[in-house]
Write a protein that binds this ligand. Sequence first.
Ligand SMILES: [Zn+2]
Length: 304
Amino acid sequence: MTRFAGIDIGGTSIKYGVVVKGKVDWKKIIPTPKNEKSLNTDLKKIVQELIKNKAKGIGIGFPGYIEQSSKKFIGGPNLKFEVDVKKIMGELNYTNYRIDNDGNIGALAEYDHSYKGKVTNLIFLSFGTGIGGGIINNSKLVRGEGSAGELGHILISNDPNLEPCACGKIGCFESLASAKKWSGAVGELMKEEPLSELSLINKTEIKGSSLFSNNLSLTILQVVQQKEFINNISRGLISLYEIFDNQVFVIGGSFTDDSNQLIELVNERTNQLNKYRGRNFPDIYLAKLKSDAGLIGAALLLND
Ligand SMILES: [Zn+2]
């Protein structure tokens, strides 16, 4: 059995381990170092450990922009460091490795796990601090020069008063619709109406996805905010559909662990906005692989 290793580097933690036949054999989690030098040192140590474990190949996912020609991570909105993977692997005399962006590996993992052989065109979106994305077109991941699929940074608003996105632009999809924005909005709504059901349920810990809960009665103000998010998410999805003519959308992120009707609400809104006769909007599904998607997807890079 082929033992491929995956390393999933996130803004807060690094997960790494060995994947056999699409399943995690073993994994470890360490905090993401807070400076560039330590990140490079830790990554080298992890690669050494995986080589010792007889990994036949190593895939690495990074949270941001990738330069495939030089095999470099050139930083991202939430991890502004550079990692020269080619240099690290050269020092260790290791040649069978691949690198990619975390949204892309998420898309690969979901596609391989649930959709391969059934659909050929899929768009993956992950709602968290930002919005990660990955595009499967004709059963292949779309990479461009290395950074295609940064779907959180498509522009959906031209309001100059918006706070700039972590990437520096104003009006990005993620700056109007990420899970972090949902939580921020819930916090503001709690100040306005502290005795509402939404405020009481979020008293100890704010969960942005509660704004889309199916068992809360929301106030008028809260419904307005919910509709604004649903509208922004739906507009983002419709723009992507117009470009890629995909068959399905797969939506991931930690909010998928909670019970909520986000998908139903987005389905309803996209069908209101997208009216062209004979063209049905793609089905929207929740991601099935939870927190191991990055690790599994990184290892899958070796098959891709
Ligand atoms: Zn942006």
